[in-house]
Write a protein that binds this ligand. Structure first.
Ligand SMILES: *Cc1c(COP(=O)(O)O)cnc(C)c1O
Length: 362
């Protein structure tokens, strides 16, 4: 069962990262843990372009996405929807008992800043959720333009999911005025699943402190109190924190600008391969993600057959379309630790498997 993942999460994890996890346990209230926790902060803040703390949550990203709703939405939240993950956020808001409205766009269309302005101008909202990079359909919204609009509404706290874009493209949290920036471990950071990172602004913490029913496990106030002592509210997933430390070393060694450029370059290589075959990008032109490509299956190839050959002969797996896009699109990740060499090998495999994949009758 040895094959490499090119699905957009979870993604392949390097040997170095896996080895970093295999270290002796330490007590989560020990000075060793405090030293470990505190040693990560400066690098995480640099990656998020923020002076705010970056909390470590033992949960997948959804834990912190739900936390943001429970901690910050007093009046009503606007959930921007343009794919599977952002659509789900409206459901989560409602399940948390909040007043919520969905601002809906077709899957593959970016969040439109003008539509955000029009809706926020109603004055009924005190929070908004946005997914920067909608992994389900490979659509990357213009977060700078959206944040410029949100800053016109100082009462609205902004919650931005960067699960599949964090550290792959610059997202300048403080400069853009993002109140809550969330990411997970198993996508752009190329770690195993189970850890979420969340950076919360001062004014968002102030709002949280006035909220009732924040619960305990995902209470930002608890996260902050523990953060000040170099700890987490409950026992954290220490192996993944070791892995995160190792990954931050990798990122530093590569250099962040080099890392951004690498994602852009490798993304284009995969895109050029598919364009050469006659496929088109699924998302709106100019809004294709740089950490994955979601292609429309314009040639109507048998995607399950394609993936079967890729897995059995080439020992790799791509994604055959998310949810309602199954069979209509396919997605290939280039996030994490991919190199010019691994992407060249991927393309050789794609080429070979494509040649033996039948087209479906229309
Ligand atoms: C994968 C993903 C999520 C959900 O992450 P979990 O780790 O499963 O909670 C949320 N948002 C985006 C953009 C994602 O790609």
């Amino acid at each position: 069962m040895s094959y490499k993942l090119y699905i957009p999460g979870p993604i392949a994890v390097s040997e170095k990262t896996l080895r970093a996890m295999a270290q002796p346990m330490i007590g989560h209230r020990s000075t060793d843990f405090v030293a470990l926790y505190q040693s990560l902060q400066a690098d995480l803040q640099t990656l998020a372009y923020t002076k705010d703390p970056v909390y470590l949550s033992t949960s997948s990203a959804w834990g912190m996405m739900e936390a943001s709703i429970r901690n910050l939405v007093k009046k009503k939240v606007l959930n921007c929807m343009n794919g599977a993950f952002s659509d789900k956020w409206l459901d989560v808001s409602q399940r948390c008992g909040k007043q919520a409205t969905g601002l809906k766009f077709e899957w593959g269309q970016p969040v439109d800043p003008e539509a955000v302005r029009k809706e926020l101008a109603t004055g009924t909202y005190d929070a908004i959720t946005i997914i920067h990079n909608e992994t389900s359909c490979g659509c990357m919204s213009d977060i700078a333009a959206i944040m410029a609009v949100i800053r016109e509404f100082p009462e609205v706290l902004s919650i931005v999911d960067t699960v599949s874009s964090f550290s792959a493209v610059p997202i300048k949290k403080d400069e853009l005025g993002i109140d809550v920036l969330i990411t997970g471990s198993q996508k752009a950071l190329a770690l195993p699943p189970g850890l979420a990172l969340c950076s919360v602004s001062k004014r968002a913490l102030e709002r949280a402190a006035t909220m009732t029913d924040r619960g305990y496990y995902f209470d930002f106030v608890e996260f902050q109190k523990n953060h000040e002592n170099g700890m987490t509210p409950s026992t954290p997933v220490i192996p993944l924190i070791y892995a995160l430390k190792s990954k931050l070393e990798d990122i530093k060694a590569e250099g962040i600008e080099t890392r951004y450029a690498r994602h852009l370059r490798l993304n284009k290589k995969v895109r050029d391969w598919a364009f050469g075959k006659g496929f088109k990008l699924f998302p709106k032109e100019g809004f294709g993600s740089v950490t994955l490509n979601c292609f429309a299956n314009t040639l109507n190839i048998d995607l399950p057959a394609f993936n079967k050959v890729l897995k059995s002969k080439h020992k790799l797996v791509i994604d055959g379309g998310y949810g309602k896009l199954k069979g209509k699109t396919f997605r290939i990740s280039n996030m994490g630790d991919e190199t010019d060499e691994t992407i060249a090998a991927l393309i050789t495999s794609l080429d070979s498997a494509f040649a033996e994949t039948p087209k479906l009758q229309a």
